[in-house]
Design a protein around this ligand. Sequence first.
Ligand code: PLP
Length: 234
Amino acid sequence: MCVDRAAIAERAREILSVVPPGVTVVAAAKTRTPDEIRVALTAGIRAVGENYVQEAEAAQAALGRSVAQWHLIGHLQRNKAKAAVRLFDLIQTIDSERLGDAVDGASRAIGRITPVLVEVNSAREAQKSGAVPEDIADLVRALDRLEAIRVVGLMTLGPAASDPEALRSAFRETRRLFEALREAPCLRAKMEVLSMGMSDSYRVAIEEGSTMVRIGTTLFGPRQVRSAGQEVET
Ligand SMILES: *Cc1c(COP(=O)(O)O)cnc(C)c1O
């Protein structure tokens, strides 16, 4: 596959220049090769978001574990918790107490505390992962009792529809939850990270208080369709 390194580096620098200080850019790396990820890191991006445990393993085998902060941004299956706590510096997609328990147990087993975000289904779409906004405060309190995970914030995707006002209100509601939890008494959790915004929505998300954006297409270019494990050249 042909990788246009100059184009990725250029887009990385452009994104880093428009994102305000205090907002972390995570390179959303699904379907990208280690080579593409390396270019983004060389251009100054510090965090890589992976959707799958296996893709993170492959990328880390090629690039090394210490070249970036590694985040899990895709849904985690409980039976992958053991691998996930070794691979990731931040798990952004905790959406149930059972999953939190699994990550807590796996972290305990290796003597580590894993920072996590709680995923909010701010679009309230049944097919989406994340807990609905009404359940977030209770979920954070339940997770707060687990000793080997540390809740450090919230993450959301927002509605799939490209209606900017629907996006804005989903982000705004997530921000309100974040602030309420930040001021909530008797929580060990320190709410510091509000992960929201992707290629088409990061500007609105930042206006609504995001501290972390996860960007794929705008950084790496359009995702190419894979068939039978092959990249389709365009
Ligand atoms: C793919 C993905 C992104 C980035 O999406 P783009 O629209 O390509 O920027 C962000 N967050 C998650 C969870 C993703 O799966």
